[in-house]
Design a protein around this ligand. Structure first.
Ligand SMILES: [Zn+2]
Length: 307
């Protein structure tokens, strides 16, 4: 008899390490008083992915607060408890959220898996689109690899939920694909010479590749780095030379955003907003993030399509 592992639908999407999968299956799930699978994530965005896939069977706690920057986030003592009671944890890895990932590694209970979604997605996509950096979820196809990984791993800790997780994944995939088409339409309506973005930190390479945009400048590679006078001069030059009609702040980044605003004011261009690493009261989910970014790119870069 011939056994096929993994099941075909999984092998088509992603194949996380078998040894870890078996370890997770052995630990069982459904911890916590509610009987639900207790999940901890680093970013609120990943908590959204887990809710979409896991539905009522999961209880999700993100460590990074809404509207906060994951790169510079420092956990507090109360975060230890959130990690210690989790049956499974999801982070990005690739050095996106070093402090949050370290806290999880140090405090997750024995047998509870820590899944690094960015690393898994990179493996599953054979290198991706060519863009670099840890913000892979900004490409909707990559975001669906994150969700596929979540589906796979939730079923390892809660095997009875496997069908529900698969259904949750399918619904989410369809909503993400709709949003991807929507953003594609918005970008297509922007004049080709304007399809350039300047942002506060280097988070949009994968997004740009997915939608035919070009990142022409950033204030800093990663938040928390002080931009030098040279960086500021280069930024001003990039705004001028690329003749962009607007630059884009990110809501979770303040100091670098002020630098960007000053450069925009000097150059006489608009300051708009794009979401990357954070959610807030205005943009509460990944699908909303995509649609918001599509609308803003169209509004600020001279898109001609009507809503
Ligand atoms: Zn970032």
């Amino acid at each position: 008899m011939v056994f096929f592992w993994p099941p075909l639908r999984l092998s088509l999407r992603i194949l996380p390490g078998l040894a870890l999968a078996l370890a997770a299956a052995a630990c069982g799930g459904g911890g916590g008083d509610s009987g639900k699978v207790q999940v901890v994530t680093t970013l609120p965005l990943f908590a959204d992915f887990v809710r979409e896939v896991g539905g009522d069977r999961v209880e999700v706690t993100p460590l990074v607060p809404q509207g906060a920057d994951p790169h510079t986030f420092e956990p507090s003592p109360s975060d230890v408890k959130k990690v210690a009671r989790a049956d499974i944890a999801f982070a990005n890895g690739l050095d996106l959220e070093p402090s949050a990932a370290r806290l999880i590694e140090a405090n997750l209970k024995g047998g509870a898996p820590l899944v690094k979604l960015g690393e898994e997605a990179l493996k599953g996509s054979a290198g991706g689109s060519g863009a670099t950096g840890p913000h892979l979820w900004m490409d909707p196809d990559m975001a669906l690899l994150y969700a596929a990984s979540i589906d796979f791993w939730l079923a390892r800790v809660d095997i009875d939920g496997a069908e529900e997780f698969q259904a949750g994944y399918s619904r989410f995939a369809s909503a993400v694909n709709d949003a991807k088409s929507y953003v594609g339409g918005k970008v297509a309506a922007v004049p080709a010479e304007n399809r350039k973005i300047i942002t506060t930190h280097d988070a949009f390479g994968h997004f740009a590749d997915a939608f035919g945009l070009e990142v022409v400048a950033v204030v800093v590679e990663s938040p928390g780095q002080e931009p030098s006078p040279d960086d500021v001069a280069k930024l001003a030059e990039a705004i001028r030379d690329n003749r962009v009609p607007a630059v884009f702040r990110e809501p979770q980044i303040d100091a670098e955003g002020r630098v960007l605003e000053q450069a925009a004011e000097d150059a006489g261009v608009r300051v708009c907003t794009l979401y990357s690493d954070s959610l807030d009261d205005r943009v509460t989910s990944y699908v909303e993030l995509l649609r918001f970014n599509g609308d803003e790119i169209s509004r600020c870069l001279g898109g001609t399509a009507s809503d």
